[in-house]
Write a protein that binds this ligand. Structure first.
Ligand code: SAH
Length: 226
């Protein structure tokens, strides 16, 4: 597993971005029912403040979604943890597709756990920023693309797992078509005011087993590029 180096100032354990702040966040996740130790360790080690504007650094380890500009948000840590846990529960997928790079945080969490991550974002400025963060953290098993994620990433399909971090009223068929026969997909589905986190698992025969994992709140999955 990747261990992210902390800036010297953070190691003192005093600041709002300290290891202590991350440990507090991990305690909140555990109280919220997150159990997978692999996910817990990645979230403990990954500097979330690296993925948000400096003005919000003091809130980086609170269990809240935060604005990242362009009307978008970095997801709430509990939601990132829950979705990641749901995605890897049946085994570590080799190749994962994420739709909605945003800040890059969810993609970086995945990159610490799985061999290959592909992530698509429709707002170029956000993608450029996320790429810079991936480089700074030395994440080399992650590829990103500026495109309408509703189209998936056809050249790299099939994927063992797909995660959508923006909500549509359905899962676009083009995306579902890129999931391997026993692949796992986790996505928020519903209207802006009422969304459910769903997990679909291919049964190997062309059908899916679908489960509901609870209520969530995501920014909308939009069409085209921004
Ligand atoms: N995973 C992100 C969450 C960002 S919010 C993180 O960890 O920070 C969801 C993101 O999905 C936004 O950046 C938004 O621009 C993007 N998005 C919405 N519709 C999209 C689409 N059709 N294709 C690609 N990205 C999309």
């Amino acid at each position: 597993m990747t261990v992210y180096p902390l800036p010297a100032a953070d190691l003192k354990g005093e600041g709002m971005t300290s290891q202590r702040a991350r440990d507090r966040l991990v305690a909140i996740l555990r109280e919220g029912g997150i159990r997978d130790p692999r996910v817990i360790e990645v979230i403990r080690n990954l500097p979330r403040h690296h993925f948000i504007d400096q003005a919000l650094h003091s809130r980086a380890y609170e269990n809240d979604a935060l604005p990242i500009g362009h009307g978008q948000t970095i997801s709430q840590p509990w939601v990132v943890a829950r979705m990641t846990e749901a995605l890897i529960e049946f085994g570590i997928p080799q190749k994962v597709l994420e739709i909605g790079t945003g800040s890059g945080y969810q993609a970086a969490v995945l990159a610490a756990l799985v061999p290959q991550v592909f992530t698509v974002e429709r707002i170029e400025a956000l993608l450029r920023q996320a790429r810079r963060r991936f480089r700074q953290l030395g994440l080399t098993n992650l590829r990103s693309r500026y495109d309408d994620g509703k189209l998936g990433w056809a050249d790299e399909a099939p994927f063992d797992a797909i995660i959508l971090t923006a909500a549509g009223d359905t899962i676009p068929t083009r995306i579902l078509d890129q999931l391997g026969p026993t692949g796992v997909l986790v996505a928020p589905v519903g209207s802006p005011s009422r969304q459910t986190l769903i997990r679909m698992r291919g049964d190997g025969q062309g059908d899916f087993i679908q489960e509901e994992l609870g209520a969530v709140s995501f920014v909308p999955l939009l069409g085209g590029i921004g």
